[in-house]
Design a protein around this ligand. Structure first.
Ligand SMILES: C[S@@+](CC[C@H](N)C(=O)[O-])C[C@H]1O[C@@H](n2cnc3c(N)ncnc32)[C@H](O)[C@@H]1O
Length: 211
């Protein structure tokens, strides 16, 4: 396990996440969109302790969760089982998604890809593209890509332009990349953009489709 995965593993060994019970504010809208478009199979990339697995499994979707922190998957599995829900849980790094091409109708990834250096983010986006069916949906949330956001001033070491590794606090050891809007547009240029907005916590939400 590399240092970054290990940092997340430690976080989940200490506790489940604070916002575990509440899915992202856009999930109800996503559910409507998915229903209207016949989405059945979803991949939650970087599922953590499972708040979106719980939400979408409860609505009857066939959902898979990938994360590289085993304890996150353990917490997610325990929670789902306790509520008679199910999801396929896979421990892996998202830079090499262990599914064949064109398996999913949708990929969701909330506050995950930004916790990686740029080169790994680029590899992940290629992988998302590969595992999505043609016309498949992608919903990504990344921490602020506004030029000046609250995380900017957390103490950390800049390991490359706009990526810091925090040196204190709960997410000590975890990289945080701060996207610019232009960078997001460039990185996801293989996808067709459907919507882009900021959520109530100033995070960037991108909805797009594989061409
Ligand atoms: C802030 S948590 C978000 C969890 C979940 N998506 C949610 O919204 O509750 C980030 C998660 O991404 C996972 N993660 C980060 N980089 C990853 C990578 N390269 N491969 C797999 N999982 C990764 C971490 O282990 C952690 O569970």
């Amino acid at each position: 396990m590399d240092n970054e995965a290990h940092s997340w593993e430690l976080i989940y060994r200490l506790t489940s996440t604070y916002d575990r019970a509440v899915p992202h504010e856009d999930t109800e809208d996503l559910h409507r969109l998915f229903q209207e478009n016949g989405v059945r199979r979803i991949l939650d990339l970087g599922c953590g302790d499972g708040r979106h697995l719980h939400f979408f499994s409860g609505l009857g979707y066939q959902i898979s969760g990938l994360d590289y922190a085993p304890s996150a998957l353990y917490l997610a599995g325990e929670w789902l089982t306790g509520e008679n829900l199910s999801a396929e849980l896979v421990c892996a790094d998202m830079t090499g998604i262990p599914w064949r091409d064109e398996q999913f109708d949708a990929v969701i990834s909330c506050l995950v890809i930004n916790h990686n250096p740029v080169e790994r983010i680029r590899r992940t986006i290629e992988e998302i593209y590969r595992v999505l069916k043609s016309g498949g949906w992608l919903f990504v949330v990344v921490s602020t890509c506004k030029p000046i956001g609250p995380m900017r001033y957390h103490s950390g070491i800049e390991i490359e332009p706009d990526t810091i590794v925090l040196t204190e606090g709960r997410e000590k050891g975890v990289p945080h990349h701060f996207f610019t809007t232009l960078e997001l547009i460039e990185m996801f240029s293989r996808f067709t953009f459907i919507d882009f907005h900021w959520d109530s916590r100033s995070r960037a939400c991108l909805l797009s489709r594989k061409r």
